[in-house]
Design a protein around this ligand. Sequence first.
Ligand SMILES: [Zn+2]
Length: 319
Amino acid sequence: MTSFVDGRTRSADVTTPGLQRQTGVSRKIDPKHIRGFTLIELLVVVAIISLLVSMLLPSLGKARESAKAMTCAMNQRQLAVAATTYASDHDDWMNPIEDYRFPDGVEVETTFRVILWKYVARMPRIFDCPSERRAVYSDGLSAADAAYGSLTRNVGTDWDHLYGVLHPYERWNASGIGIAGVHWIRNSDPDWAQRAKALAFGRLRSSGYREGLSKYTDIMEPAKLIWFGDGGSGTSTLWGSDNWWIKYSRRDYGQGDPGFNRLEQDDYGCRRHNDKANYAFADGHVTKLGANEIPCEEGACWWSIRPDVHPASTAAPTP
Ligand SMILES: [Zn+2]
């Protein structure tokens, strides 16, 4: 006798009056048709449901991630608009990538975030990619606070926000979104005179840095110049703490050379969105690209204001 989960047994003997009327014969109904579920069947159902849930969860995760990537893209679009508006407010000159300011006569080194602050309606979240989890945050509390040690000892009490607001430690905070400053060709480089100006966002000569700024009209192909991208370089060989810009850090004296690839310098920001990253271009469009899809070679460089920034004569020697 088989036991069922509802306590009945298979010995139940059931007839249906309707059938009897139609056929005139009394027929036993197979008890299999009216019984409850066996334990095995319930377990199978539970297994199927958990299988469905496990199939659904990753796609929910993917949906959440693609919503974050979309917010990141919208923020980058806002930053491109902010930089363009800054330029039109400043006789076409682009904002500096960083600068010195002197509030109350005290020298403070700042990032582009302070300079573009009013152009992003003072919304610190514009500088964030919501998928960034290692460092950052624009509300002033960084996952890496401990690493910054005493530099941020007054976080949350002395400053409401660490981004955008001018204060001595603003530039020590990473960003979810970085500003592009890859081909930083210094005029202390021996072959400076042979190299073309490459950077869209330079630094103010008056700030004590020697690299000059660019004008928006200097940009030869705005649709092929990256302005902003998923940041968090996390590369430590050169200016390791400056994680708010996308930079060339493989070699100190090779920043004008072709072949820059964020993957090669182990820059985790370039893989943030499904192995790709968002990039805002100087014409305002934002697109998702893998590091290998960004040209930096003779005749084409999306990190430079001119596509011919890498003439054959300055090609890097093959290692
Ligand atoms: Zn390049």
